[in-house]
Ligand binder design. Structure first.
Ligand SMILES: Nc1ncnc2c1ncn2[C@@H]1O[C@H](COP(=O)(O)OP(=O)(O)OP(=O)(O)O)[C@@H](O)[C@H]1O
Ligand SMILES: [Mg+2]
Length: 469
């Protein structure tokens, strides 16, 4: 988006709204003022016409002279800006006021023009009065009433032009106030849009650029409870998650390098010793065996790592089949039997039923059971006991692997499922800390759960669930 576009968009919208409002307002104002002015002028003209009627009465009774009458009529013309016609009963204008050159004196009005007035009605008209005027007029006509009845008519013509001029004045005010209002709005919108929209958006796009360049240290203000606030919140979350991911990736690489380096260093050390003769002939076999062991450890480590990354990235799809989990446990125990015997550990199976059919990936479940048993044996003391219990509840199969070994420290418990996490570093020299994270990944991929309960020097129990069939 081009800089400042938003502002023009807002001000345009505002101007349109203002224009429509002003147009509606003007039309209404025009109607209102027009009515008002016509009514006022009409009332005023009627008043003066009645005054003229009285003057005419005085004149006919010779109370005032012709000069006085003419003078009075002229002064009414000036003060009202209205032409006065006095018409006799035949419709002939016998007295008039107004500018010279517009003489209507002696002209006879048509029947239509005077009929109603001579019948005693008050007449109000707008227009050119039968084309007799060149500008539109507001005309009022009243009958001349004397003791002898109606003897003629009085017409007063006020130019409408005056009324329109007043209204144009009002209209100008409306337009000027509209222009001022657009101007003020422009200033307000400019600052508001800058502060409320443009600046936050620019900040967010800067933050996004920062994130894309690998800097996740982004903290946008997300206190606003509108869409901008939501966007800021989402960006903050994204930055935090990406930062965590990056942190995990770094520590993963660091851990892998570390785990690979130590066996490699010892392998190189022993082989160098054998080659340069530092290690005696008679000790060679012993150290070559250590080298063999270390290289086996490397293979296991690399296999574990490959497994883990493949499971976690979802590259391996599960091969779901129905099988007997108890059988898998029995076979795994047989594989680990020599180690159980080595440490003189008693193994106690507690199967609710001989068979417990589950629906899962059999090879993966073997891995899970193997890893849990491997841990139980590794962290069990000489002559300890290991229990494996399986049972079925509410359509779920439960497998519990329990030992009365060293137990896990409470502060370690939240981390044991993490990659490379080892509780007691000194003792678990040959382990890499990947076992439980593989277990957890497999259980997660199955959509099942695994829990751990442990107490230092009392023992540890892992329980996981499976889909029973
Ligand atoms: N049964 C157990 N008793 C006591 N501590 C345990 C038990 N199982 C796991 N732990 C603790 O949890 C940590 C993580 O276990 P995990 O299986 O992931 O790694 P590891 O056994 O150390 O190495 P690996 O399994 O890769 O050979 C262990 O180092 C240990 O401290
Ligand atoms: Mg382990």
């Amino acid at each position: 988006m081009k800089r400042g576009r938003l502002f023009y968009h807002l001000i345009r919208t505002y101007a349109v709204i203002l224009f429509i409002t002003m147009a509606i307002l003007s039309i209404m104002l025009y109607q209102l003022l027009q009515n008002y002015f016509y009514n006022e002028t009409e009332a005023m003209l009627l008043d003066r016409a009645r005054e003229i009627n009285l003057l005419l009465n005085d004149y006919s009774k010779h109370i005032i002279s012709n000069d006085v009458l003419t003078y009075e009529l002229q002064s009414i013309d000036r003060t009202t800006d209205a032409r006065v016609w006095v018409v006799d009963s035949r419709g002939v204008i016998f007295t008039e006021t107004g500018p010279i050159g517009q003489r209507f004196g002696g002209i006879r009005l048509t029947e239509d023009e005077i009929r109603n007035v001579l019948n005693g009605q008050t007449v109000i008209k707008k227009g050119y009065f039968g084309g007799r005027f060149s500008t539109p007029m507001l005309t009022v006509g009243i009958p001349i009433t004397t003791e002898n009845g109606i003897t003629g008519a009085i017409f007063m013509h006020a130019p409408i032009y005056n009324i329109n001029r007043t209204m144009m004045g009002a209209f100008h005010l409306v337009i000027i106030s509209a222009i001022i209002s657009v101007f003020i709005a422009a200033v307000l919108i400019y600052f508001a849009s800058r502060r409320k929209i443009s600046i936050p958006l620019v900040e967010m796009s800067q933050a996004a650029t920062k994130i894309s360049s690998g800097n996740f240290d982004v903290k946008l203000d997300e206190k606003r409870d509108d869409e901008i606030g939501q966007l800021a919140h989402a960006l903050n979350l994204m930055a935090r998650d990406l930062g965590n991911l990056e942190e995990m990736r770094r520590s993963f690489v660091a851990n892998v390098s570390h785990e690979l380096r130590s066996p490699l260093t010892s392998i190189r050390g022993y082989i160098t010793g054998i080659l340069d003769g530092t290690i005696d002939e008679k000790d060679r076999e012993k150290y070559l065996n250590v080298v063999l062991q270390e290289s086996r450890r490397l293979t296991t480590l690399i296999n574990d790592l490959l497994d883990l990354t493949q499971i976690q990235s979802g590259q391996i799809s599960l091969n779901m089949v129905e099988f007997d989990i108890n059988e898998v446990i029995r076979l795994t125990v047989i594989k680990l039997e020599y180690r159980l015997n080595e440490k003189n550990i008693e193994f106690i199976p507690e199967f609710e039923d001989d068979n417990l059919m589950v629906y899962a990936d059999r090879d993966r479940m073997e891995q899970v059971v193997y890893n849990l048993l491997d841990n139980a044996i590794k962290y069990c003391r000489e002559g300890g006991t290991i229990w494996i219990r399986t049972f079925k509840r509410d359509g779920k199969a439960y497998v519990s692997v329990r030992d009365n070994g060293a137990g896990i420290k409470e502060e370690d418990l939240p981390y044991i499922f993490e990659r490379f996490y080892k509780g007691d570093k000194a003792r678990t020299d040959t382990s890499s800390g990947l076992g439980l994270s593989i277990v957890k990944s497999i259980i997660d991929q199955h959509g099942e759960a695994i829990e751990v309960r442990s107490k230092v020097s009392e023992g540890t129990e892992f329980v996981f669930t499976l889909k029973a069939v």
